[in-house]
Design a protein around this ligand. Structure first.
Ligand code: GLA
Length: 424
């Protein structure tokens, strides 16, 4: 899955204060939310000659389990992470100005946009602009005007790593428009406007998980999202001794970006051949019974979808009951299924999971798996908090020795979803 500012290097940390984070990390994005907001605000002032009137933040996400099933009516178990897109806006001096100006600080690129731009109408705009454009268009409706604004933004969500940097940008845009119009969108509508932006303006047929996570994130809680009914059940993270380690393999193997759409259409054709209207009515016995009608890829995708839906609800129950060992086993099973049946893993992700599996519970690892769309990007590893620093060292040394690539690691507890920040 393409991330917004793919290939873009994040800025160095500007300080040591960590009020919004309980993270251990080796990557360069060590800025806290308040530091990021202060820097975006300062840059905005210099660029437009005005202090921002509105500042908002929207987080990236990590998915603990339930992969490639949000577009298959399944359950997913993500959380927002303590990494954000921060966006600042002010009204232009000229009240007749017809176009908004959006400026990416780290990319040092700008786009002039309106809510009436159609998809692809702005071919010279930077790659990230389509996500913003799609949200501007989706926000606009009778009785709800999209305001003209001067905007600056930047991000601490690792880019192109499967942590939903693009969803964070979409949700930040929607939140800025809410702030600037004193509107509060229905949260589901907001997430769906952002998902539609990704479909129509970025051409990615994603499910609802990323945008729902960025909108609905709650501190200290995972969300069990039923992607059929769009209902969320809170799953408190519970233990203070356990955290999530996110390890970016820093590789990307998508051939042409069409792999995601291909998986999606294989699932759709398998569902049709099995003869049911939803994956929720399909058991593994139904898949086996239909095996002769399915192509080999369809059979394998179906096996993953049915198994992953079950694993995800089991994991939510196990977390609620504090049965962490069981959660770990479900995570490994999810990874194996994504690697063998859904075929969206790659050597580097398999290596990271194998290294974690080898370190095992004696070294503080509870479970590990690839997370997000796959073909590179990140793994998510459930770890004992005290063991995280030693684990990070071990993973970095061993992964680098085998691949020659240095992975980036950071820990995050479940974070608050999109919100408006104070302007001073
Ligand atoms: C990407 C998509 C999501 C989801 C995941 C895989 O992140 O944007 O909707 O399908 O891949 O679980």
């Amino acid at each position: 899955m393409a991330g917004i500012l793919e290939g873009q290097k994040l800025r160095e940390s500007t300080g040591n204060e960590k009020p919004f984070m309980t993270t251990t990390e080796n990557d360069t994005a060590t800025e806290t939310l308040s530091e990021l907001a202060a820097r975006v605000s300062e840059t905005h002032k210099k660029r437009y000659g005005r202090s921002p009137e509105f500042i908002v933040a929207a987080p990236g996400r990590v998915n603990l389990i339930g992969e490639h099933i949000d577009y298959n009516d399944g359950f997913v178990l993500p959380m927002a992470i303590e990494r954000y897109v921060v966006m600042a806006g002010s009204r232009p001096d000229d009240a007749d100005e017809a176009q908004s100006q959006y400026h990416s600080i780290s990319m040092d690129s700008s786009a002039h946009l309106t809510s009436t731009d159609s998809p692809g109408s702005n071919p010279s705009a930077p790659g990230w602009a389509c996500y913003v454009q799609g949200v501007l268009a989706g926000f606009q409706k009778p009785g709800r005007e999209t305001p003209v604004l001067n905007v600056s933004f930047d991000s601490t969500v690792p880019l192109g790593g499967g942590l939903s940097s693009s969803a964070a940008l979409e949700v930040a845009t929607a939140t800025l428009l809410e702030a600037a119009t004193s509107t509060t969108l229905d949260m589901r509508e907001k997430a769906l406007i952002c998902q539609k932006a990704e479909h129509d303006y970025a051409g990615v047929p994603c499910g609802i998980m990323d945008q729902f996570s960025s909108v609905f994130g709650k501190s200290g809680e995972l969300m069990l999202l039923d992607c059929r009914s769009q209902e969320i059940t809170a799953v408190p993270f519970g233990s203070d001794d356990i955290t999530l380690l996110i390890t970016n393999s820093n590789v990307k193997h998508e051939l042409n970006g069409g792999e995601y759409a291909e998986r999606r259409s294989q699932c759709d054709s398998a569902l049709k051949k099995i003869g049911k209207s939803t994956w929720r009515d399909i058991s593994i016995d139904d898949v086996e019974a239909a095996r002769d009608q399915l192509s080999e890829p369809e059979y394998k995708r179906a096996r993953h979808v049915v198994g992953e839906i079950e694993r995800t609800t089991q994991a939510a129950d196990a977390i609620s009951a504090g049965r962490w060992e069981e959660v770990g086993e479900l995570m490994y099973a999810s990874h194996d299924s994504l690697s063998d049946d859904f075929e969206v893993s790659c050597d580097e992700l398999d290596l990271l999971v194998d290294l974690a599996r080898g370190i095992n519970s004696e070294g503080g690892v509870i479970g590990s798996r690839m997370t997000g769309g796959g073909f590179g990007g990140c793994t998510v590893t459930l770890v004992k908090k005290d063991s995280a620093p030693a684990l990070i060292d071990a993973l970095i040394t061993r992964y680098k020795a085998e691949t020659g690539v240095e992975p980036s690691c950071f820990t995050s507890r479940p974070a608050l979803g999109a919100h408006i920040l104070p302007t001073s």
